[in-house]
Design a protein around this ligand. Structure first.
Ligand code: F6R
Length: 615
């Protein structure tokens, strides 16, 4: 993970870099650092913890920074070496003339380190990144040309990298390189930028050049040159970012997560907008290019994703199989990569990713493309590396999600899967029109129903208060809400650090029931009218008989439930098939309020990052 920004230009270098790092904070936040060229010296400042510490450090040292003209900054998510000042970037060579920031993992760093130590290099940190500093410095010693030194060095690196390098003797020159990690150039007038992601530069320029793997960028305030690793100049297209800078504001909410949970009704309206405009008309998915040739040979769909997006994929499988009869496999991207998959040219491969930058999913999608599968990407970032691999695209239009725990992007992914499943059913003519129209009608009603859940969260808050001291939870459900149980448990784990596990309710008696006693609350998702409602209720009775505390999440108005369960979280009536798009909301809120009562850092939970760009 980690975020990088480099800047050469006329603006206040420190402010541009700190501002850029603020926009990249979602990529990591365990330490940060900056190297600034100032009066022909390179000055380095590093701090441990959140970016605010670096801001304070620079504020305190502002008087020492006189005429900064360029610089590079980094926000870290530790991979090699614990979070510490010494491991924070920028890293330097032995004499301190060369500085490097890096995002990625250098797999052969141990071998390189040994070679460089034998050449007399003095290592200070435990990071893999430091080898890059020594390696480029070593090459620079021979070539006296920073661009050439970077080119020669990256040829020796194995793994993933986006790097920016500056050298004391190469005034205002920043050399960047990338392989399997995102990097782009922001092109300005009398100023240029290098960054991991567009939010870092959008405030200053919309002109962007996306670097591809094995490309090198040579950037000064007046020049941008892109070459391949052999130094051949590459003609790159300057793309214009299609969006405006957004002010990242909590709009009065205590946390971004709470704000984003409350945005979900509008997010759903946005996803539906232009795709479902009349329940009697077919769904329109403008950027889905499944032509007749592809559809004729299509015999299987594979959905690849990680984390919360993987849970959305599980709902997607259920819907597509149910609506269209097409068989669907769901696989974690990290598993797909390392096995012999059955993907071929008759497979539709769907990659789901909020960020569009998840390294495992990108690698899996590239493999699927090599096998000639048609690739459909569902992402909140149509400007991402993953989207640029897509044959077909469903943009989520959920707006920037700041909180590390995904909420509104999950709902947007679910709604996209409803639309896609209906779209495929309409093409295949696999369902009665009246059934499809009813589903469409219910989809349109969903935002208002979620609004009613959000309008009064008092029962959820009371439940959170009552259960916040428990150390373990089990979430159960069957059928389409099994994914909701998994996702609800994941939300609780990631922001409150409470151990929560989702199970298929029917699996409880095959092992997990052994853990049940008064210390293990069981939360069950039960939608009346659904085929498994009574079965899940029986599973809850079995849990109660083992003294487990019970929480129900249901649309049932049956008062008898209040005698069986310790807490009943009620949602408006919705057909079971549509329910995952609303059952997720009280579970997001429950996780949020528990974490909040426990005083956790809700928006930036420990050890996590919003964009997981390492495998
Ligand atoms: C959980 C969460 C993660 C991500 C996962 C995949 O709240 O956010 O589990 O879902 O890292 O990320 P994307 O969707 O960006 O590929």
């Amino acid at each position: 993970m980690c975020g990088i920004i480099g800047y050469a230009g006329y603006r206040d270098v420190v402010s541009v870099i700190l501002n850029g790092l603020t926009k990249l904070e979602y990529r990591g936040y365990d330490s940060a650092g900056i190297a600034i060229r100032d009066d022909n010296q390179i000055k380095i400042y590093k701090t441990l913890g959140k970016l605010i510490n670096l801001k304070n450090e620079l504020e305190a040292n502002r008087a020492d920074i006189k005429n900064p003209t360029s610089g590079i900054g980094h926000i870290r998510w530790a991979t090699h070496g614990s979070p510490s000042i010494v491991n924070a970037h920028p890293h330097t060579c032995t004499c301190g003339s060369l500085v490097v920031v890096h995002n990625g993992i250098i797999e052969n760093y141990k071998q390189l380190r040994e070679v460089l130590i034998n050449k007399g290099c003095k290592f200070k940190s435990q990071t893999d990144t430091e080898v890059i500093a020594h390696l480029v410095a070593d090459e620079y010693g021979q070539t006296k040309d920073l661009e050439k030194a970077v080119r020669n060095s990256v040829k020796k690196l194995q793994g993933a990298y986006a790097v920016c390098v500056m050298h004391k003797k190469a005034p205002d020159l920043i050399v960047g390189a990338r392989k399997h990690a995102p990097m782009l150039i922001g092109v300005g007038d009398g100023e240029n930028f290098i960054a991991s992601d567009t939010p870092a530069i959008i405030e200053y320029t919309k002109k962007t050049i996306y670097l591809e793997d094995n490309e090198i960028a040579v950037v000064t305030k007046d020049k941008v040159k892109i070459t391949d690793v052999d130094g051949n100049e590459v003609n790159k297209k300057v793309e214009i970012l299609p969006w405006e800078p957004v002010a990242l504001s909590k709009l009065g909410y205590k946390h971004f997560m709470l704000k984003e949970i409350h945005e979900q009704p509008d997010v759903i309206r946005n996803v539906l907008n232009g795709k479902l405009y009349d329940i009697e008309q077919p769904i329109i998915l403008g950027e889905v290019k499944l032509n007749n040739d592809i559809l004729k040979k299509l015999n299987k769909i594979q959905i690849i994703a990680c984390g919360t997006s993987l849970h959305a994929a599980l709902v997607g499988k259920y819907l597509i199989e149910d609506f269209s009869g097409i068989s669907v496999e769901v696989e974690a991207s990290s598993e797909y990569i390392y096995r012999k998959s059955t993907t071929d040219s008759s497979t539709l491969v769907i990659g789901v990713s909020q960020s569009g930058e998840t390294a495992d999913t990108i690698t899996a999608i590239k493999q699927a493309k090599e096998k000639n599968a048609h690739v459909l990407i569902i992402t909140n970032r149509p400007d991402s590396n993953m989207a640029r691999l897509a044959d077909s695209l469903i943009p989520l239009n959920a707006g920037i999600e700041v909180s590390v725990a995904a909420t509104k992007s999950y709902t947007a992914q679910l709604i996209s899967f409803y639309l896609l499943a209906i779209y495929l059913a309409e093409i295949k003519n696999s369902l009665e029109q009246s059934y499809l129209q009813n589903i469409k009608h219910e989809l349109v009603q969903l935002p208002a129903k979620i609004e009613s859940v959000l309008a009064d969260t008092s029962v959820i808050q009371a439940c959170a208060r009552k259960f916040s001291s428990f150390k373990n939870f089990i979430y159960i459900a069957r059928g389409i809400n099994l994914a909701t149980a998994l996702e609800g448990a994941l939300k609780l784990k990631e922001i409150s650090y409470i151990n929560a596990t989702g199970y298929a309710a029917g699996e409880l008696k095959h092992g997990p029931i052994a853990m049940l006693d008064e210390t293990m609350p069981v939360l069950s998702i039960m939608i009346p009218g659904g085929i498994t409602y009574e079965k899940v209720l029986s599973n809850c009775e079995e849990a109660k008989a083992r003294n487990a505390k019970l929480i129900a999440l249901t649309s049932s108005t049956d008062e008898k439930l209040d005698n069986i369960f310790d807490v009943v979280l009620r949602i408006p009536h919705v057909p079971e098939i549509l329910s995952p798009a609303i059952t997720c909301v009280p579970l997001q809120l429950l996780a949020y309020y528990i974490a909040e009562f426990l005083g956790k850092d809700v928006d930036q939970p420990r050890n996590l990052a919003k964009s997981v760009t390492v495998e």
